[in-house]
Design a protein around this ligand. Structure first.
Ligand SMILES: C[S@@+](CC[C@H](N)C(=O)[O-])C[C@H]1O[C@@H](n2cnc3c(N)ncnc32)[C@H](O)[C@@H]1O
Length: 222
């Protein structure tokens, strides 16, 4: 049941964690972490009652009902009281992830690890983390069925130098650690930005900022 994308997220979860999966939907990630003995316990939560009943059915089928608790919750609202040490928020837009994190002061705790899998607004999420006192401790890029997915592991209270434009798009850790698909990802991001620049040009708006970003990505591209 675990996909390549969710496996990429799982790699940032610490062994023995009290794990929480926000927006769990099918609950594949907590089921995988529990059945592989990686985490001590898990909370699988979702805002949608139908997603949560799907999660419950899968958890029951996997025989993990005694270790995985299901919770109907908007973001972390009803989850934070379980004192999770590692919290995944994956498969949502970056702006939704920012809203969920902003609403929960309980994550301003250096011992809590966030594992984030934004499907859009990735640079905005990195900016949000930096502006709010989080340091990015690990990153990866995964390609599944022709789509690129970014994963970000962050903890509160780690100060880092400000990110450059290229780092906000590609991820400083992906650059530093030489992600094996960094070059193709950078080329893909250049194509996205070129489309954006053409749109701005057509509507008579200034595209110079986008062109600057494109130039800053070229050294990392294929
Ligand atoms: C595309 S699914 C992702 C499922 C899983 N996390 C993954 O990455 O495969 C997104 C899930 O997030 C849930 N969701 C959206 N906004 C939410 C919120 N504010 N709080 C909790 N869950 C939310 C949706 O109901 C849906 O089940």
């Amino acid at each position: 049941m675990i996909t390549k994308r969710l496996l990429a997220a799982s790699e940032f979860v610490r062994d023995g964690a009290v794990f929480a999966d926000i927006g769990t939907d099918h609950a594949f990630l907590p089921i995988y972490l529990v059945t592989s003995g990686r985490v001590r316990s898990a909370v699988a939560s979702d805002i949608s009652p139908s997603s949560l009943s799907k999660a419950r059915a899968n958890i029951e089928k996997s025989g993990c009902s005694d270790i995985i608790t299901t919770v109907l919750s908007d973001g972390l609202e009803k989850v934070i009281d379980f004192h999770p040490t590692d919290i995944a928020v994956c498969g949502m837009g970056g702006e939704t992830i920012i809203r969920i994190l902003s609403a929960c002061p309980g994550i301003l705790d250096p011992s809590v690890r966030l594992i984030l899998g934004p499907q859009s607004f990735v640079p905005d999420l990195r900016t949000f983390l930096q502006d709010n006192g989080f340091g990015i401790i690990g990153e990866s890029i995964c390609r599944e069925r022709g789509r690129y997915y970014s994963f970000i592991a962050a903890q509160f209270g780690i100060k880092e130098p400000a990110y450059s434009g290229a780092e906000l798009i590609l991820g400083r850790k992906n650059i530093e650690n030489g992600s094996p698909i960094l070059r193709e990802y950078a080329s893909h991001e250049i194509e996205v930005l070129e489309t954006k620049a053409r749109g701005l040009n057509v509507s008579g708006r200034d595209a110079s900022g986008v062109h600057k970003l494109i130039d800053s990505l070229r050294e990392y591209a294929e």
